[in-house]
Design a protein around this ligand. Structure first.
Ligand SMILES: Cc1ncc(COP(=O)(O)O)c(C=O)c1O
Length: 376
């Protein structure tokens, strides 16, 4: 029989991809390294855990799991619409905001369309653009590892279908101000379709930055800028990364085309129930922001003492220079010490690692081990 090679059938663009490499689960590493105690501060999760109300809501529906979930996440959309004073058609939800990024690409990006992206921003945008055979136009950051919104507006032309802005940005933890964002929206030119390009403002970490007075409340711009897509998630501030639920605040005309192709049942029953309950627990946001701000002070004071350089962050993670060492090596050395952080080679930041804010105990352990590994 002839040997079957699926590569003969795969779309040629798929052959240029490599599987996404996420952090290894703790249990796998414990087995591999023979360590009893490992902490993971690598994926910008929220170590305080989800709201108790969310946990209860998820447990309470466990015996109903034989039913499919509501294919349209109606109650969750209603809860979000109420929360943001919008209509239900202004809300899109997906299996994490990650799925929404890909659905947006599938709904809107044609081959040869240009999509403007900042250097050192979330890698998943470029993957979604490539999957559609569209073209990423990558704009360098300005000083201080900040999106250069002026340059990004200038990079838009007749072929520009969309612009991705990550605010606050992952992995740098930096942000664009209200003024910068407003000027950017105004500066955008019309494209060959006679409209402004989509502006996808990925705000996965926005709640952590809400203490900054000049951080933009982009919802204010939605009515006048129907090309705006505000992406948010329950994975970070609400500590529900394992449930996979993200959402977007959009104009009705934008959601129309997303809903036409969104896979039904993509947001599972537990995620829908947990997300609704999370929204009803106001204390979750407050306590998570307070924890992260307090721990940043603690960690940065210690890093200053050791003379380690880092980038100030408004997210729940930060980028740290490990020069003259290489990030990949430091990542490996920290693993052996039982601390999982993230090397930044995929972002071409070879001298950096990214660290998520953990509990106080985890942060203390991180500081002790990084001191040892960097020989400080
Ligand atoms: C900037 C940014 N956007 C989107 C996501 C995806 O989040 P989720 O799919 O968990 O909602 C992440 C996850 O780390 C992120 O950092």
């Amino acid at each position: 029989m002839e040997k079957f090679d699926a590569g003969k059938l795969a779309r040629s663009v798929c052959k240029t991809f490599q599987p996404y490499v996420a952090g290894k689960p703790i249990e796998t590493l414990k087995r591999e390294l023979g360590l009893k105690h490992i902490i993971k501060i690598a994926s910008n999760e929220n170590p305080l855990g989800p709201s108790k109300k969310a946990v209860k809501a998820m447990k309470d529906i466990a015996d109903k799991v034989y039913f499919y979930p509501d294919f349209n996440s109606t109650e969750l959309k209603m809860a979000l619409a109420k929360h943001y004073k919008l209509k239900i058609n202004n809300i899109i939800v997906g299996c994490g905001s990650d799925e929404l990024i890909e659905i947006i690409a599938r709904a809107y990006f044609n081959p040869e369309d240009e999509v403007v992206i900042s250097k050192y921003s979330f890698t998943r945008y470029q993957m979604a653009v490539k999957l559609m055979n569209a073209k990423s136009v990558v704009v360098p950051m300005k000083e201080g590892f900040v999106h250069d919104l002026k340059a990004m507006a200038k990079a838009c032309n007749k072929n520009t279908k969309a612009v991705f802005i990550t605010n606050p940005n992952n992995p740098t933890g930096t942000y664009n101000t209200k003024k910068e964002f407003e000027e950017f929206l105004k500066a955008l030119p019309l494209n060959k379709y006679g409209v402004k390009p989509l502006v996808i403002s990925d705000e996965a970490y926005c709640e952590f930055a809400s203490y900054k007075k000049d951080f933009p409340d982009t919802l204010k711009y939605l009515a006048k800028n129907p090309n705006l897509i505000i992406l948010r998630t329950f994975s970070k501030i609400y500590a529900m990364a394992g449930a996979r639920v993200g959402y977007g605040l959009v104009s009705e005309t934008v959601s129309d085309y997303i809903e036409r192709i969104r896979p039904p049942f993509d947001v599972n029953k537990f995620a829908q129930a947990g997300a609704i309950a999370s929204l009803n627990d106001k204390s979750q946001v407050k306590r998570s922001v307070a924890h992260v701000r307090k721990e940043f002070k603690f960690i940065f004071a210690a890093l200053n003492k050791m003379g380690i350089k880092y980038i100030d962050s408004v997210g729940n993670f930060f980028l740290m220079s490990v020069a003259p060492f290489k990030g990949k090596q430091v990542f490996q050395d920290m693993l052996k010490e039982g601390v999982i952080i993230r090397a930044m080679d995929e972002y071409e930041l070879y001298d950096y690692v990214r660290v998520t804010i953990g509990t106080r105990k985890e942060n203390e352990l991180f500081l002790k081990k990084i001191k040892k590994v960097l020989k400080k």
